[in-house]
Design a protein around this ligand. Structure first.
Ligand SMILES: [Zn+2]
Length: 373
């Protein structure tokens, strides 16, 4: 596969204590071989990274990229490498009965690394509500499909809101949590309007499970109460429950973030929930979602960690990604940060001003340049 040499970039990977550290990176046969100043290798293809940041390839843990779903599915490479994102996870669009089709039509042909956060419901999000009736899910089937396809599955997806579980309330979520724990995967849980109540959902989850849409603006079933983050959320975080952004068309509010972030309640991971109905606004891309986080006060180093080392630590990927470290996959997002005056919109059409914007120059997967701008 040959060698690729990234020259003169500023490396950003806080998890490896690389904070704008100027060095070269040599990739050989798809894996990071050496990180040092002044590497020379006349056999290597050189990427000139002068003036640019070199980060581990960005990971978006919440997208909908299964083309079978006409209302949700977007092209994996459009939200992936063409947007500077080297790994994407589909959040439950496919379930145990449709996973094989997802593997054949999306995971295998894409230039982006693709994983499934497989829904516990048999058909994923094909028929909604997807978990309001016990005949719609089968944990024995889900376990068999997981055992046969482990390398493609990084998490189990569930949705806990009135449009998904109906009168069953919290019960399917409790069952899904027990199932995910049994097979050793994190449960990745959408939250929205009650039922179930957010307090029940938080109390159901354990270490390594993750909430998405954490900072939505649906005040009737909110993470906040009287201007404070709810005790149930603080207790859950103390137990090791994780909190993701999952921007979406209706699930990220600057108002919520502006109350939660100053209390130290920051996201563990940043993701988009990109699908057919929000890719042309208000979400657009992972990097724009990162820009919004920076406009809300999160540093560049931290927001990069929230889309690289953190998701790689929490989700179960079958390959070593998310770090600039010898032996890890040669996946990189190479970018600059432009300064200017920008205006952003959240899911509720609130405005926010920011002064920085991530502009991607290269996306590299497995030592191969997949995007060059
Ligand atoms: Zn989603």
């Amino acid at each position: 596969m040959g060698k690729l040499l990234l020259k003169n970039g500023y490396l950003i990977d806080k998890s490896e204590r690389l904070v704008r550290y100027k060095a070269d990176v040599l990739v050989e046969d798809g894996y990071i071989r050496k990180i040092a100043e002044g590497i020379e290798d006349k056999d290597a293809e050189v990427v000139d990274c002068t003036g640019l940041y070199v980060a581990p390839g960005f990971i978006d843990i919440h997208t909908h990229i299964f083309k079978r779903s006409k209302s949700l599915g977007v092209d994996a490479d459009r939200v992936g490498v063409e947007s500077g994102v080297t790994t994407v996870c589909d959040a439950g669009t496919a379930g145990p009965e449709t996973l094989q089709e997802f593997i054949d039509t999306v995971i295998k042909p894409s230039r982006t690394r693709v994983f499934s956060g497989m829904h516990f419901s048999k058909r994923g999000l094909e028929i909604t509500p997807e978990a309001d009736d016990e005949s719609k899910y089968d944990f024995d089937l889900a376990e068999r499909v997981y055992e046969e396809n482990k390398k493609y599955i990084c998490a189990i997806k569930a949705r806990a809101s009135n449009t998904t579980v109906g009168e069953l309330g919290i019960k399917p979520i409790q069952q899904a949590e027990a199932f995910a724990r049994k097979i050793g995967l994190p449960l990745y849980v959408h939250i929205g309007r009650a039922l179930p109540y957010i307090e029940e959902v938080l109390d159901t989850l354990g270490e390594g499970d993750m909430i998405t849409h954490t900072f939505h603006g649906k005040e009737s079933n909110w993470i906040l109460k009287d201007g404070r983050v709810k005790q149930e959320a603080l207790r859950a975080r103390a137990r090791g429950v994780l909190f993701d952004v999952g921007h979406g068309e209706a699930s990220f509010s600057f108002k919520t973030a502006k109350i939660a972030f100053p209390q130290g309640f920051l996201p563990d991971t940043v993701s988009t929930d990109l699908h057919a109905r929000n890719i042309d606004g208000p979400v657009y891309s992972l990097t724009l979602t990162m820009d919004k986080m920076m406009a809300l006060g999160i540093t560049l180093e931290d927001v990069v960690e929230m889309v690289t080392a953190r998701p790689a630590q929490y989700f179960k990927f079958s390959v070593p990604i998310g770090k600039i470290k010898e032996g890890y996959c040669g996946d990189f997002t190479i970018f600059e940060v432009e300064n200017g005056e920008y205006e952003y919109l959240d899911s509720d059409k609130n405005e926010l001003k920011g002064t920085t914007r991530i502009v991607v120059h290269y996306a590299i997967v497995n030592g191969k340049v997949e995007l060059k701008k």
